[in-house]
Structure formats: structure tokens, C-alpha cells
Design a protein around this ligand. Sequence first.
Ligand code: FAQ
Length: 342
Amino acid sequence: MYTQSMDTSAAERGGPEDPGLQRRFDARIDAGDFIEAKDWMPGDYRKTLLRQISQHAHSEFVGMLPEGHWIARAPTLKRKAILLAKVQDEAGHGLYLYAAAETLGQSRDQMLAALHSGRAKYSSIFNYPTLSWADVGTIGWLVDGAAIMNQVPICRCSYGPYARAMIRICREESFHQRQGFDSLLTMMQGGSAAQREMVQDAVNRWWWPCLMMFGPPDDQSPNSAQGMRWGIKRVSNDELRQKFVDAAVVQAKVLGVSLPDPDLHWNEARQHWDFGAIDWAEFWQVVGGDGPCNQERLAARVKAWNDGAWVREAALAHARRQQAPAPARRQQGQEDISEVTA
Ligand code: FAQ
């Protein structure tokens, strides 16, 4: 269990004032070693990891909502089963990530309280609405596609528990991306004109918000330099965005959809696709809590938390009973039976 590492006192014994510990930590980072939960680490390294992992975990949890909306509306049993599995996977990703953050000394309850009060961030992308069935395929293709691009380098992140969680997450994200692409391809190749229009409309609406997922441009990204120095980030926001555009252009051709950017041109000198200006004002507005669905998303998470209170209480009561010594357990069981039979 990761939670055994929540006692961070050993790691905190050496403060930043201890140059020996700091030197050893820097040398391990330079050597490409993994830092583990019980190892000494600078307070700011821990804080940066917690900031990124918690926003990542919250993104997975909130990210269940836009697609979850379509589970009851999926067009076939096959698509419903796939979507159910995908949304469940996202919940699992959130749990791996909350567990990774717990190794740094923050409990899941603390992180969720920060989300529910609006203090913690989650990815801007999940504040956009899913208006048609094609949005589900487009999220798989583009949103999961962007997530994979960003997350594969995190498998080499310097913090062991985060890096290991990412390996499994990336494998599952890869299935998510393929199922989205497959769903869109089915509509584009075998569907009606109305279905093809629906796909194009979804791609038009999701394209720009997907480019924003990678975060602000490198020269306006306050956390990048230190994140790269510590090996938490391995590839910059702009580099990842460019890799994503280069891959998506080719895939869009196979699908037969156009990308909504008149400035998209192959640049022979750079050997990359040039693309148009991103509306960063919109990005910051959404990140600041004022996107199309921010209030709805947060309200849905708070409601799920409140509705689940009895489940948490029952699970804790069960765990307490399991931990009780055997005679007490027997007595407890007998009391329960006499309550039922009384
Ligand atoms: N949305 O200095 P930087 C998924 C914030 S998972 C909201 O560049 P950094 C799976 C940033 O936090 C998607 N906020 O920050 C799925 C910072 O604010 P802070 C999530 C954003 O950390 C698919 C400020 O702006 N993935 O999709 C965003 O170096 C389908 C300045 O930015 C991850 O979280 C944004 N898009 O780089 C689930 C991956 N971008 O914290 C369901 C891990 C930036 O100082 C369905 N995270 N901000 O207050 C990362 O790689 C990094 O944290 C970045 C940001 C690249 C997101």
C-alpha cells in the first residue's frame, strides 16, 4: 500500500539547509535515478509533484463526466460496453494517481477537499460540453491522443511512484485513443452524410481546446524550467503540442476530416506542421473557473462525493470490524444477529 509512506518525517528530517542531502539528491537526479517515497527530497520538489499529480488525478476524475453523460445514450451495445470500460479506466487512473500523491504525504481526502472547494486545478479540456455522440469518439481520438503525448514522457519522471503509475495509465490511454478513432472512422466511412457532418462538427469544436491541454507557451510557463531540471517534466509544453499537431494532421487525413485551422501548413524547413494562433485568453478564462461547464463539472463531483458518504462510512465500519481481534469480532457479529432477530 502506498499509504504506508504517508509518514514523511524521515524524508523531512533533512531540510534544504542540509547541503549534503541536497547534493546527493541533485546527483541522483543528474544520474537519472528514481527518487522513492522514503528518500530525502527538497520541500519544493515534493510540492511541485503534489501540484502536478493532484491536478492530473483530478483531471481523470472530472474527465469521466463529459463521456459518462453518453453511457446511457450509446448507439449500440458494443459502443456502450467500450465506453463503460473507458470511463471506468479513467476512475482507475485517478485512483493510481491519488495513491501516488499519498506517498508524498497528502491524503486523498485532502486532495478531494481542495478540488471540491475550487482551490485545485484540473485540465481545462473537461470544461467543454459533449453535444453529440461524435464528441465521444473525438474525445478518444484527440483528448486521449493529447493525453498520451503528454503522459508517455512522464513514464520517465524522476519520482518512482508517479512514473510507475504512468506506465499502466499510458497502456490504457492507448486503447482509449484507438477506440475513439475507430468510432469516428466507422461514422466517416460507413455512416450517413449527417453522421459525417456530426463528426466534423465535433472535431471543429474540440481541436483548439485540445491544443490548450499542453499548457501555456514555454516562455509563459512558470513551472517548466524547474520541472525540467528535476526530471518531472521531460518534454516542454510547446514541443509536445507540436508533436501532437504533426500526428493529428496525418490521422485526420485517414479519417477524412479537416482540422479547423486555415494556417495549418507543412513547413519544409522545420519538418513540422505550422499552426495558427491559440486563443490564450480563452484558456486562462477556462482555467480560472469561467469556462462553458466549470460550474456544472464541479457541482457533479461535489454531488457524487456527498452521495457516496454512506458507502465510505460502510467501508470504514467494515474495515474497523476486520481489524478488531477475533473475540471482539465474534461478539460484534452476535450483536448484529441479535439486532436483526430482535
Ligand atoms: N488545464 O507552468 P505550467 C487526461 C496550469 S488527463 C488547467 O506550464 P506545468 C486523461 C498549470 O497547472 C489530462 N490548468 O504548468 C483523460 C499551472 O498552474 P499552477 C491532464 C493548466 O505543471 C482523457 C499554470 O497553468 N493531464 O486527459 C493546464 O509545468 C479523456 C501554468 O502552467 C495532466 O495533468 C490545463 N490544460 O505544466 C481523462 C498531465 N495547463 O499549478 C478522461 C500531467 C497548464 O501553477 C477522458 N500534467 N495549466 O497553479 C502536466 O504534464 C503538466 O502539469 C501540464 C502543465 C503540462 C498540464
